[in-house]
Design a protein around this ligand. Structure first.
Ligand code: HEM
Length: 415
């Protein structure tokens, strides 16, 4: 578990911490450190590895832990530099955020999300047709599913089945931004003030982030009119890519799921949302997909409004708190053999689904993901429909030998 260790007298040396990083998968380094605090010159960052501590701080003390990092800190700098100041995800905990949040809730709360089900099913059925027509481009098809749903719901805009320019621009900006938001990316903004960073020319040695920022800013001009939820919806696509990977690597799980669908739904129609309760194994596959390779391994950072004390430690005003969702989903005490894809872990010994819906995947407290109901329904509908209609198998090369699966991408949008 992690305890915020804020009251120690001597901050840990920044470089020491940063050099020890697994920069491709920093959440794993944080998890290994177990108790973490990074002091990049100005602002402490607390990485919480424990689900219990995250609940104690971000849920139970939500009124104090619901801000986002303040002006002159990494995230606002990133938002401004990268042209993403418009998104409510970065808003400070105040009236502007409250208004946005209320509007989001009206559109996406649990009962409102039910009204999108017909669109979700229709788009999932289009996905099946796309997958059959272009099996070699299955990831592009998955990417389009989420985009197609949110664009239809919001604008009645029907993007091209593949390579839609707007969708591609959003995917690219999200990818750049998520990388920039990691704490180790924070160091550059902590060492140099924002006005200095802003004026570093893109050709300057080591200024790769600046080139990325420029690219992101340019792309963002194309997408800035598109609501933020559209980008967030695209997170459902990586989730589906993780599902495809799991089905390739665990064919027994795939067969078991297909048997369940055949016995409940039969073979002469596609499943719909009424079939959800009697398909517990599909439910377990959905949960395991969200858990196995969380697509937002470090969530979105919170910030502390006022000084606080927690279990003997002092947490300063403005400190950044990051929930290490990766560490929580790979907590061996809760999920033994956590690297394995095992839907069975979500069943009680008497064969019933347990109560663990891996809710922490969607964050904590008042900043919890507002799109979780719609995301959950989209991913469920896609998983069950793909399993009902298709077999997921490794591609074969010219000699008819299985092409090995590249698992590198599977750690999600941010890698
Ligand atoms: C599998 C898909 C998704 C995952 C795993 C996910 C995860 C997350 C996480 C971890 C956060 C940060 C929560 C926190 O600060 O504690 C978040 C915030 C947010 N999500 Fe999602 N999300 C997903 C899909 C969606 C969708 C489909 C939408 C919109 C329709 C959406 C809209 C948002 C918004 C607006 C926020 C910011 C909330 C705030 O700052 O008040 N997300 N999401």
């Amino acid at each position: 578990g992690c305890k915020p260790r804020i009251d120690q007298q001597v901050p840990l040396p920044v470089l020491g911490n940063v050099l020890g990083f697994n920069s491709k998968e920093p959440w794993i380094t944080y998890m290994e450190w177990a108790k973490v605090i990074i002091y990049p010159f100005t602002q402490p960052i607390i990485v919480v590895n424990s689900e219990k501590v995250a609940n104690d701080l971000l849920e139970r003390r939500a009124s104090n832990y619901s801000d986002r990092p303040q002006f002159n800190t990494t995230h606002l700098c990133v938002a401004l530099l990268f042209g993403w100041g418009f998104t409510s995800i970065f808003f400070n905990y105040g009236n502007r955020w409250r208004l946005h949040r209320r509007l989001f809730q009206q559109a996406f709360r649990a009962d409102a999300a039910l009204t999108y089900r017909p669109v979700q099913l229709r788009k999932v059925h289009q996905l099946l047709a796309n997958l059959l027509e272009t099996p070699g481009e299955s990831f592009d098809c998955l990417q389009m599913l989420s985009a197609a749903i949110i664009m239809e719901v919001t604008y009645r805009y029907d993007p091209a089945p593949r390579h839609d320019p707007l969708v591609m621009a959003v995917e690219r900006t999200a990818d750049i931004l998520i990388k920039a938001l990691r704490p180790e990316g924070a160091v550059v903004f902590s060492v140099f003030p924002f006005h200095v960073v802003r004026h570093i020319p893109p050709w300057f040695p080591g200024a790769d982030f600046k080139r990325k920022a420029n690219e992101c800013q340019k792309l963002t001009v194309d997408v800035v009119e598109t609501p933020f939820q559209y980008t967030k919806q695209s997170i459902s696509s990586p989730t589906l890519k993780v599902f495809i990977l799991a089905m390739l690597l665990y064919p027994d799980v795939q067969r078991k799921a297909q048997l369940e669908i055949d016995s409940v739904v039969g073979r002469d129609r596609l499943p719909d949302f009424n079939d959800r309760p009697p398909l517990p194994y599909i439910e377990a596959i959905l949960r395991e997909t969200l858990r196995w390779h969380a697509v937002g391994p470090l969530g979105v950072p919170h910030a502390i409004t006022n000084v606080d004390h927690f279990e003997g430690y002092f947490t300063p005003k403005g400190a950044i708190v990051m929930a290490n969702i990766w560490a929580m989903s790979h907590n061996e005490d809760k999920y033994s053999e956590s690297a394995e894809f095992k839907p069975e872990r979500f069943f009680t010994p008497d064969g019933k689904l347990n109560n663990d819906n891996v809710g922490f995947i969607f964050g904590f407290g008042r900043r919890i993901c507002v799109g979780r109901h719609i995301a959950d329904a989209t991913v469920w509908a896609a998983i069950v429909s793909i399993l009902a209609a298709l077999n997921i198998e490794k591609a074969k090369d010219e000699q008819g030998i299985d092409v090995e699966v590249n698992t590198q991408w599977s750690t999600g949008v941010g890698t």
